[in-house]
Design a protein around this ligand. Structure first.
Ligand code: ATP
Length: 338
């Protein structure tokens, strides 16, 4: 069964929070709704759940019209940023509540099974207030999955956690959602999280869904300049692509997946890599350590560009550096990617 959202529009007074949005979520598919703060992601998600009375448009599950259906009948599980657990109940009590809420009698084997699924076997009697943020979110997930919802809606489920934990939990959550087999829509403003979790990403801006595709599709071929910039392309250049080789102001690079013709390409900082064999030469004007590499600002003739280097070989400000183009850091805007 597919969730099919068509022409969804939500207005708050003069403000259009969701503007004619259409999106499909296939059976067992995990879709991430990615966009900057305030673009309407949560409002879209809340509309699917039935929590936005002003929502106009069509939301169907297969042939079933959800538009007028009350929240509790939609078969949807919800997970929010801060879990919203009941502090006075233990872990098992919180998960059991997910079943009771749907008039399903909780049984210990079912609660155990759910805790096992989220990697919290043996936590039944633990107080939720004693759990780490990551563990609390797992309990929230077990509670949401308890009544076997046909669709799980997750609103920034990891954003309250610190970075290291978020990365680990994103991987865990990706595995977990596949194991549970439930279709899911995950709202996030974090690219890494979206690409880690989702089969497909829907990019949203000012209430509109501007592009949907696999992580690879949207990463390599953002729909337009604003989308490219949102996805980390700091430099946009005009190029000509011939026999899959893009030629532009900074040089030539092979893009096996790109279509021939005039194109606009986007460069992320890792499109330029410090390499003694590189064709470009410049002078380092800035250097910042990142977690696993070094970011450089490099002056090439009359312009300054971002580049990356390994920690062991990074040059110092004032030194000369050679750079090579790396196709991994390049995107082709619009429909020029094959
Ligand atoms: P964030 O990531 O910051 O949560 P978002 O992309 O989820 O942002 P929404 O929360 O959907 O964005 O909000 C979209 C716009 O609608 C915002 O400008 C917000 O202020 C506005 N908005 C949301 N809910 C209401 C409401 N109940 N009444 C009036 N305006 C609202």
């Amino acid at each position: 069964m597919t969730l099919n959202i068509r022409g969804l529009t939500v207005r708050f007074g003069q403000m259009t929070a969701v503007d004619n949005a259409s999106l499909k979520i296939g059976n067992g598919e995990v879709v991430a709704l990615l966009g900057p703060s305030g673009c309407g992601k949560s409002t879209l998600l809340r509309s699917v759940a039935g929590l936005e009375p002003e929502a106009k448009g069509d939301i169907r599950w297969g042939d079933e019209d959800l538009t007028k259906m009350p929240v509790h009948k939609r078969g949807i599980g919800l997970v929010f940023q801060d879990g919203q657990l009941f502090p006075h109940r233990d872990v098992a009590g919180n998960v059991a509540f997910g079943l009771r809420m749907h008039r399903i009698k909780p049984t210990q084997p079912r609660v155990d099974e759910l805790l096992d699924l989220v990697g919290l076997s043996g936590y039944q009697k633990r107080r939720v207030t004693d759990l780490s943020g990551g563990e609390q979110q797992r309990v929230a997930l077990a509670r949401a999955l308890a009544p076997k919802p046909r669709l799980l809606l997750l609103d920034e489920p990891l954003s309250a956690l610190d970075r290291a934990l978020r990365e680990q939990l994103a991987l865990d959550l990706a595995r977990l959602l596949r194991k549970a087999g439930t279709s899911a829509l995950v709202v996030t403003h974090d690219h890494d999280e979206a690409f880690t979790l989702a089969d497909r990403v829907a990019l949203m801006r000012t209430g509109r869904i501007v592009q949907t595709g696999t992580a690879e599709q949207v990463w390599r071929s953002p729909a337009d300049e604003q989308t490219a910039r949102f996805l980390g392309c700091e430099l946009i250049e005009d190029a000509v692509i011939t026999n899959h080789i893009a030629e532009f102001d900074l040089g030539r690079v092979e893009l096996p997946w790109a279509q021939d013709g005039p194109a606009r390409i986007g460069l992320r900082p890792n499109a330029l890599v410090a390499d003694p064999e590189g064709a470009l030469e410049g002078e380092v004007s800035g250097k910042v350590h990142r977690r696993d590499h070094v970011r450089l600002l490099v002056k090439i003739e009359h312009r300054e560009v971002d580049a990356v280097a390994t920690m062991a070989t990074a040059p110092e400000p004032g030194q000369k550096v050679r750079l090579r183009l790396d196709s991994d850091g390049l995107a082709v805007l619009g429909d020029h990617a094959g």
